[in-house]
Design a protein around this ligand. Structure first.
Ligand code: ZN
Length: 303
């Protein structure tokens, strides 16, 4: 008995037993969780901090998150300041996990200029964090995650590499599907209005103009817009002649509904923007969420 215990301690300390435990992976939000899931399947123990239909911008971490991060062997984050709450949390956890920033190598899009009172001219330029709505950039994200998984768990490297390759082929198909669908919308109608500024990369890749957003920011963590800003947005919507604007699954639609009613346009069904939908919904995986989004956009903007 005593001897067995000593052997067990020795095996654990040398990593012989520890290796049989699946790698513990933490992904900050649902979209990244799904990408990790597609590459690692059942070989890791995955925890997603910000779940379906939840807003990562305004996430309030819990003490349990610190313990989860402390136990992780791999932490996957989006980057471009999407998870402003993460660094402090990781520091508190004492984590020595491998960290993957999915946005590394993605061509950044500057966040729309915002006037901050008292901010000096040399303040750093922010990048728009919503990179996952451009499927080409998601291929880069998948590559970064695959590299992190291989580093943290080399025993399963071939499995991860094969899965990443298969999933990237599905992303190629999705990218082509979005382009085909967008081509069916008359060019003058490829215009988007949403609650917050989440479709910058989508617009750049697939040829849309973002006319404006109810919350004039790439974050949802800002004050409500002033009456004058809303009046300007309503004018802009009327000038475009678009028939519909879009709610989002992570934001309250009240203000958007007021804007739609003033501009005389309809509110299209909510798009999945900064989070997947729950299980069994039309947006429970990244591939489904993007297909649903483009189908909804086509339906709402095509005469
Ligand atoms: Zn956002």
């Amino acid at each position: 008995m005593k001897r067995a215990l000593i052997v067990a301690i020795w095996l654990t300390s040398t990593g012989v037993l520890a290796q049989r435990e699946p790698l513990k992976v933490v992904a900050t939000f649902s979209v990244l969780g799904d990408l990790v899931q597609n590459i690692s399947r059942d070989r890791v123990d995955l925890t997603v901090l910000v779940g379906s239909d939840a807003d990562a911008h305004s996430y309030e971490p819990s003490p349990a998150d610190i313990i989860t991060l402390g136990d992780a062997g791999l932490i996957v984050e989006n980057g471009f300041e999407f998870e402003t709450w993460l660094d402090g949390l990781v520091a508190s956890s004492g984590s020595d996990a491998v960290r993957v920033v999915a946005a590394e190598g993605v061509e950044p899009l500057p966040a729309a200029e915002e006037q901050h009172e008292g901010e000096d001219e040399e303040s750093h330029e922010e990048s728009d964090p919503h990179i996952w709505h451009d499927v080409q950039q998601v291929m880069t994200m998948v590559e970064n995650i695959r590299i992190g998984l291989v580093e943290a768990d080399p025993a399963n490297s071939e499995f991860y590499i094969a899965n990443a390759e298969a999933y990237t082929a599905e992303l190629e198909d999705l990218d082509a599907y979005i382009q085909e669908q967008v081509a069916t919308i008359p060019e003058a109608r490829r215009k988007l209005v949403t609650s917050h500024d989440t479709f910058g990369y989508f617009a750049r890749r697939y040829g849309f103009e973002v006319v404006g957003t109810v919350i004039p920011s790439v974050s949802t963590e800002v004050a409500d817009p002033a009456a004058g800003e809303l009046a300007g947005l309503i004018d802009a919507i009327e000038a475009t002649g678009v028939p519909a604007i879009f709610a989002e699954n992570v934001t309250n639609p009240d203000l958007l509904e007021q804007v739609a009613s003033s501009a005389g346009v309809t509110v299209a069904p909510a798009l999945y923007t900064d989070a997947l939908g729950p299980e069994e919904s039309t947006g429970s995986t990244f591939l489904d969420m993007e297909r649903y989004n483009v189908d909804t956009i086509v339906q709402a903007l095509t005469p």
